[in-house]
Design a protein around this ligand. Structure first.
Ligand SMILES: [Zn+2]
Length: 143
């Protein structure tokens, strides 16, 4: 395990270096002083995507759209997973309607699609929603 972890702030998107001996969950952003984890999926856009993709923390992204029924049904499961899985993984959402460039970049053909990134690389992809237990199992399996 490395001596420090780079964690991107979910509020101002600056990178923070968190020493291994400090609990990242209690960490505050050096720039905006807000909590580095708040148990909520973060909304990503073209502007802030890179800052989170390149952090040390695994990034799990839910590609969704407001008109998609299965996406809306899955939303509370995803939010609940954020409260349970932080600070092991960062959970984030991309609205494919508002962010078509990101949907194209990752070749999103159906929604919801979940992609897990580690060190900037895609390590797993899941198309379609899963029930809570299976979903968490899928994430753990690839962490
Ligand atoms: Zn901040």
């Amino acid at each position: 395990m490395s001596a420090a972890q780079i964690i991107t702030c979910p509020h101002c998107h600056r990178k923070n270096r968190i020493p291994a001996e400090r609990s990242p969950q209690q960490g505050q952003c050096g720039a905006c002083k807000q909590s580095l984890f708040n148990g909520q999926p973060l909304e990503l856009s073209v502007q802030n995507f890179e800052a989170h993709l390149s952090a040390d923390l695994p990034l799990l992204v839910d590609f969704w759209a407001p008109w998609c029924g299965p996406c809306r049904q899955f939303a509370p499961i995803f939010t609940q997973a954020a409260t349970e899985m932080e600070p092991q993984v960062r959970l984030a959402k991309v609205d494919t309607e508002a962010q078509p460039q990101l949907a194209t970049r990752f070749g999103i053909r159906s929604i919801p699609t979940l992609i897990l990134f580690r060190q900037g690389q895609e390590v797993a992809r899941l198309s379609g929603a899963l029930p809570p237990a299976q979903f968490k199992q899928w994430v753990q399996q690839h962490l």
